[in-house]
Design a protein around this ligand. Structure first.
Ligand code: NAD
Length: 530
């Protein structure tokens, strides 16, 4: 069978504007993909809207069946899908499988099974109103068309998780994949088509920022955006014009705090993996490390030793730990931050420059010391394989340094004393704090993902993420069909005095007090004139 890049290249018409899918490890152009114009985006949203009613009418079981068929399709075409991802991103093939595809397989089973349980109508306890024949419940209803705009660093797992959750909740979807990874976006569309998803329920509009901007203007019912803070701000401004709700999953500058009682070797391995996996292009990468000065020397020595052992190479080699960065723009940011740090007196303990022997977009894994919070490498998102390390004297200082950032995505604390870990976690400003773990909880479909401060608004994954994809309809029922309420019209002096008499009793937390209001309430019924 032909690969997806070959199929795309065949379909392209010459006249359209295109984006190039390029293999960053080799510079090879994989495909030229037509950019979806604003008109096409509007037509696509209309198609998704037409598909919404019939899709929302399907049972959870039917929707789950299609998601599980899509999952089976992925398993049956694992190598082909992994290859599209690693060729477009430059990440090691092993990481494309372990960090992009496997979490999706897990997530698909999870939501195919759990969504119905979480979106069942839920009863609300009404207290005293229940004694008046009233009951209430909320029904969860899909929103309509969800616009998903995604980045290039995890071009499969990020949109797939959101798509699966949106579809399971009964919505239809328009996906705008990153301009750097359009083939992966198209592969996602193909997976669901092959799984028998009805036409229009999932639509992929490849393109650049103009396509994303058009999607924000096209009247979708919610936008799930993952990307940089700067673009997130633009998305929110565009959404505000239409009062479209947004979930924003933005950048991070995630701190790692290593306490003096941590297992030094484990923490050093974690720092190396947390900072350098996916070549550091993870929103939740360890971007700043703070180590207790009592263990700093040994910790830093081990981090450097482990970093030197990493093998950087071409993504398809199965022993490659670190591949290429995905695009030149990102590589330049990394180079500039390291250059500035060195110019201001930082010490490079290893790495520090582009790889000399490899021709693609490779930057060596880099460990820096001698930095402080006036350096951009400690303040701005690096999104590359650089680990700056500082020391601290007290836990208070560690917390202060960790929170000294406009971001708040994840943070990690390393200690053998779990109580200490929880105490520190409670003081950290982040959407997720991991104790003796780092970077990985996006892979857990059960747990909420999202940030505080400038790292974002709203959540994805977990039942809280699912709540972002539905609206609640409150249904209130009165079974006393023959009785007029005492608060309806027919106001009078007697009614006013009666309300004064029961105001405290009826609203008291004590059931005895409430009962004492009953005679007056019954009298009140007789006061109704119309
Ligand atoms: P980006 O903001 O440049 O682009 C993200 C997406 O937005 C792309 O699809 C792009 O085409 C689109 N876009 C660009 N301009 C737009 C506009 N005006 N309106 C609508 N859409 C527009 O981000 P990126 O470089 O692709 O991704 C890297 C960033 O994403 C990093 O900051 C990283 O931390 C963040 N990120 C966050 C998470 C998270 O879960 N919090 C996950 C992954 C990446």
């Amino acid at each position: 069978m032909k690969r997806i890049d070959e199929r795309v290249n065949e379909r392209r018409t010459v006249a359209q504007k295109t984006i190039s899918s390029v293999n960053p490890a080799t510079g090879e152009t994989l495909a030229e993909i037509p950019i979806s114009s604003p008109q096409e985006v509007r037509r696509t949203v209309a198609r998704a809207r037409a598909a919404f009613g019939p899709w929302a009418a399907r049972s959870f079981r039917e929707r789950g069946g299609i998601v599980l068929r899509a999952r089976q399709y992925i398993i049956d075409h694992l190598d082909e899908i992994v290859s599209v991802i690693y060729r477009e991103t430059g990440k090691p093939k092993t990481e494309a499988l372990a960090a992009d595809v496997m979490p999706v397989l897990d997530l698909m089973t999870y939501y195919a099974r759990m969504t119905e349980k979480w979106l069942r109508p839920e009863r609300i306890h009404l207290g005293k109103y229940a004694l008046m024949g009233r009951s209430s419940y909320v029904a969860y209803k899909p929103l309509g068309v969800i616009g998903i705009i995604s980045p290039w660093n995890f071009p499969f797992t990020i949109p797939m998780g959101e798509i699966v959750m949106a579809l399971m909740a009964g919505n239809t979807v328009v996906l705008k994949p990153s301009e750097y990874t359009p083939l992966t976006g198209l592969a996602i569309g193909e997976i669901f088509t092959r799984a028998g998803l009805p036409e229009g329920a999932l639509n992929v509009v490849p393109g650049d920022g103009t396509t994303g901007a058009a999607l924000c203007e096209a009247g979708v019912n919610k936008i799930l955006f993952t990307g940089s803070v700067a673009t997130g701000r633009q998305v929110m401004m565009a959404a505000a014009r239409h009062l479209t709700p947004v979930v924003l999953e933005l950048g991070g500058k995630d701190p790692m705090i290593v306490c003096r009682d941590a297992d030094i070797d484990v923490a050093a391995s974690a720092a190396v993996w947390g900072a350098f996996s996916n070549a550091g292009q993870i929103c939740a990468s360890v971007e700043r490390c703070y180590v207790d000065e009592a263990i700093a020397e040994e910790f830093i020595a081990r981090v450097v030793e482990k970093t030197r052992q990493l093998s950087q190479g071409t993504p398809e080699r199965l022993d490659t730990d670190i591949g290429a960065l995905t695009n030149e723009r990102q590589l330049r940011i990394v180079e500039e931050q390291v250059r500035e740090a060195v110019a201001r007196g930082a010490t490079v303990l290893c790495g520090g420059r582009r790889h000399r022997q490899l021709n693609g977009l490779y930057f060596q894994p880099t460990v820096l010391i001698g930095v402080d919070h006036t350096f951009s490498i400690m303040r701005e998102e690096t999104f590359g394989p650089v680990l700056p390390i500082m020391t601290f004297k007290t836990e208070e200082e560690a917390i202060r340094l960790a929170n000294d950032t406009p971001y708040g995505l994840t943070a990690s604390v390393w200690t053998r004393d779990i109580r200490r870990g929880k105490k520190l976690a409670a003081q950290l400003e982040a959407g997720t704090v991991m104790i003796n773990e780092c970077a990985y909880t996006h892979a857990l479909p059960q747990t909420p993902w999202g940030g505080v401060k400038q790292s974002g608004i709203g959540r994805t994954h977990s039942r809280w993420g699912l709540n972002e994809l539905v609206t609640i309809e409150h249904i209130h029922v009165n079974r006393w069909t023959g009785v007029k309420d005492f608060w309806w019209f027919g106001y009078s002096q007697q009614l006013y005095h009666l309300l004064v008499e029961i105001a405290g009793k009826l609203t008291s937390p004590s059931w005895l007090d409430k009962l004492k209001a009953l005679p007056a309430l019954l009298r009140g019924r007789r006061l109704k004139k119309y």
